[in-house]
Design a protein around this ligand. Structure first.
Ligand code: GLN
Length: 238
């Protein structure tokens, strides 16, 4: 990364292992919504063979199949960069396999617990059924409230430890356990929402940007807000 003084540095972790259901759209929407406010951005794609830079502002992880998920967790733990960055205050937005990976532990394909990166106080194991379909949830009031939607496809079920708080309360779908969806701890946030999550929920993208740069001006409602409304209606009527 070049200029580290003023740009919003977006770090997209392991596109070669963790990028199912268009999760890369999260990075693109973050960049776009920052730039529409005149905030300069830098985007770094970190392959699983590369070291994770520690000077990023927002780190993004996507979903993945069981085996790539295990490999990604091993490499991130060995590398240590993501953990150092999160401990230094960077924001993290992790989806599904990425969400499980940043926790304390997650179940492999036979539900043996494997260690995660350990920056979010959650533990994930395998559920009896696969959670597949549209999901709707209400964001925790302390994060500003509002409704989020996404698509979930996971076997994992996630339990929150005392240091993590639920991102939202599940309205339709499963999320963590049928009661809550996602978790956050400081500026480390994880969710089961694909879709991708940030194009479908522009308010969530704006929250991440404001965590790094402070208060930001609202944007005129556009395609993102229309998609949000359309997906909400579809999910609640399905
Ligand atoms: N392999 C994980 C599970 O099934 C995550 C799946 C995903 O990222 N969509 O729970």
């Amino acid at each position: 990364m070049t200029d580290t003084s003023s740009a919003l540095r977006i770090v997209w972790i392991y596109p070669d292992l963790l990028s199912t259901y268009g999760d890369q759209g999260n990075a693109l929407v973050l960049k776009r919504r920052a730039e529409l406010r005149g905030i300069r951005t830098e985007m770094v794609h970190v392959l699983s063979s590369d070291p994770v830079p520690t000077q990023g502002d927002v780190y993004l992880l996507g979903g993945g199949e069981d085996r790539p998920q295990i490999l990604a967790a091993q490499r991130l733990r060995a590398d240590g960069g993501l953990k150092r960055a999160a401990e230094a205050g960077a924001a993290v937005f992790a989806v599904c396999a990425g969400y499980q990976i940043i926790g304390e532990s997650f179940g492999d394909d036979a539900d043996n617990p494997l260690p995660g990166v350990g920056i979010l106080d959650i533990r994930s194991g395998r559920g009896e059924t696969r959670a597949v379909g549209e999901i709707v949830a209400d964001i925790a009031p302390e994060l500003g409230g509002g409704r989020i939607t996404g698509f979930e496809n996971h076997q994992g079920r996630t339990h929150l430890g005392p240091s993590a708080r639920p991102l939202s309360t599940t309205v339709a779908g499963i999320g963590n356990d049928g009661q809550t969806e996602g978790a956050y701890q400081g500026q480390v946030l994880g969710t089961y929402l694909h879709g991708p999550a940030l194009p479908r929920n522009p308010a969530l993208a704006d929250m991440l940007i404001s965590w790094r740069v402070g208060q930001i001006a609202p944007l005129e409602p556009s395609w993102g807000e229309r998609l949000h409304e359309e997906r909400l209606a579809a999910a609640l009527n399905s």
